[in-house]
Design a binder for this molecule. Structure first.
Ligand code: FE2
Length: 213
């Protein structure tokens, strides 16, 4: 979180004030802040169950999120946005989303590599090409192929396309703009992963994380 906060500040990215709350800043009455709780906004640090956060992990801050009910109704808040911090060689493991279309945006920092694989109907790894859109137009990528994004560039990833990413030469601040995000039902990891891993409580929390509330 400390590294992410420094990188966000260096890139000129401001979190909403609740992103700076320490545990004691949380109001006793949660009703006025129920958007945070209901939508799962705020800090989210995961090692995907790896136990080696620096190699397999991601630090995220969910800025906004919609609801699946709105998505089903075809109106209302059907979108989500995140700010993320990824270190050099720190991998978010291969996964796809059943429903969520997501754009991953290199907001600032180094070069981001995003690698793709198609999926089969049984959610295993497929073969053949993947069709994505990199800002200006379509891009066809062979299974296992990747794109490199410099700051400002983005890739739009359709549902059911496996993807994995990491920073190449310097840490990256990433944006994610997507349809509604549901980490409990929508993510399919090729290797079983713990999306909300156990936390060893060996020091006072700087900020609460989504799983705390
Ligand atoms: Fe994803």
């Amino acid at each position: 979180m400390t590294k992410a906060e420094a990188a966000f500040a260096a890139g000129g990215w401001h979190l909403p004030p609740f992103g700076r709350w320490s545990p004691s800043d949380w109001p006793e009455d949660r009703a006025p802040v129920n958007e945070i709780i209901r939508k799962g906004l705020g800090w989210d640090v995961t090692d995907f169950g790896s136990g080696t956060y620096s190699e397999i992990g991601l630090c995220l801050f969910t800025l906004r999120n919609g609801s699946l009910d709105d998505l089903a109704d075809g109106g209302g808040k059907v979108y989500a946005e995140k700010l993320m911090y990824v270190d050099v060689g720190q991998v978010t493991p291969l996964h796809f989303h059943r429903l969520k279309q997501e754009d991953i945006i290199n907001r600032s920092g180094g070069i981001l590599e995003v690698q793709f694989h198609p999926s089969d109907d049984d959610e295993s790894l497929g073969t053949g090409d993947v069709e994505i859109v990199v800002d200006v137009g379509p891009r066809t990528v062979a299974a296992g192929g990747s794109v490199l994004l410099v700051p400002g560039e983005s890739v739009s990833i359709p549902p059911r396309v496996y993807h994995t990413f990491w920073a190449v030469d310097a840490p990256c601040v990433l944006g994610e703009v997507s349809s509604v995000n549901n980490d409990h039902t929508d993510n399919v990891f090729l290797e079983p992963a713990g999306r909300f891993p156990e936390i060893v409580e060996d020091e006072e929390p700087l900020h609460l994380v989504v799983r705390d509330y």
